[in-house]
Design a protein around this ligand. Structure first.
Ligand SMILES: [Zn+2]
Ligand SMILES: [Zn+2]
Length: 208
């Protein structure tokens, strides 16, 4: 089941230009089997997601992209919205209590563009980011970062034994489905999503 795990809509993300209906049409056009909406620090209600899914005949799952003191972290299987800026450790405690998954979003966004490349940042340096102690995985395919930055994330995740997920980070219809996570099994709800992620029963695909 092919799911885009990182998407922003105008419903709750001011930075997005894509309405929920536009998202669903783009997802169908891209051949996705489902979408997971991850607004900034907000989670859709079950009712909102169900209504959108039924309107378009495509599954809609709910996550969040939480702004922490250690960068953006995607969470799945947790409902609690932050009331202040958490540290990655705060977030991980809450995610674990909820039985969810935490994934560092675009962990090296801008790193290789803005000078770290010139310093020859290598995998060993990159591993030292303390945020990585408090996540289950890294996003290794995100359409808003360079392929070098995605590659570095992938190498670091391998080195640390972390999960490797993909999501487009779409803020507009053209980006939907550019990075997806392909699950081996049918995903019916967020609990299934969490189980499949923690069980490593998925691969990441990038649309060329
Ligand atoms: Zn982000
Ligand atoms: Zn995002």
């Amino acid at each position: 089941m092919k799911i885009d795990l990182h998407i922003h809509t105008t419903a709750y993300s001011k930075c997005s230009t894509m309405s929920p209906d536009e998202l669903m049409m783009a997802a169908r056009a891209a051949g996705l089997d489902g979408v997971c909406i991850t607004e900034h620090d907000r989670i859709w209600t079950v009712q909102e997601a169900r209504a959108l899914a039924e309107k378009h005949g495509l599954p809609v799952f709910r996550g969040m992209e939480i702004t922490t003191t250690g960068g953006d972290i995607l969470v799945f299987g947790m409902e609690e919205e932050p009331n202040h800026m958490w540290t990655p450790a705060d977030l991980k405690n809450r995610v674990n209590k909820a039985g969810g998954v935490a994934i560092a979003a675009h962990p090296f966004r801008g790193f290789l563009l803005f000078g770290f490349g010139a310093l020859n940042m290598n995998v060993q340096d990159a591993i030292g980011n303390p945020t990585f102690l408090h996540v289950h995985g890294l996003e290794v395919c995100n359409s808003l970062v360079t392929s070098d930055e995605n590659d570095l994330a992938s190498q670091v995740a391998d080195e640390l034994g972390l999960l490797k997920t993909g999501g487009s980070d779409a803020h507009s219809p053209q980006a939907v489905g550019t990075c997806v996570t392909m699950f081996e099994e049918k995903i019916n709800d967020e609990q299934d999503l969490v189980r499949a992620l923690l069980g490593r029963r998925f691969t990441v695909e990038r649309r060329k």
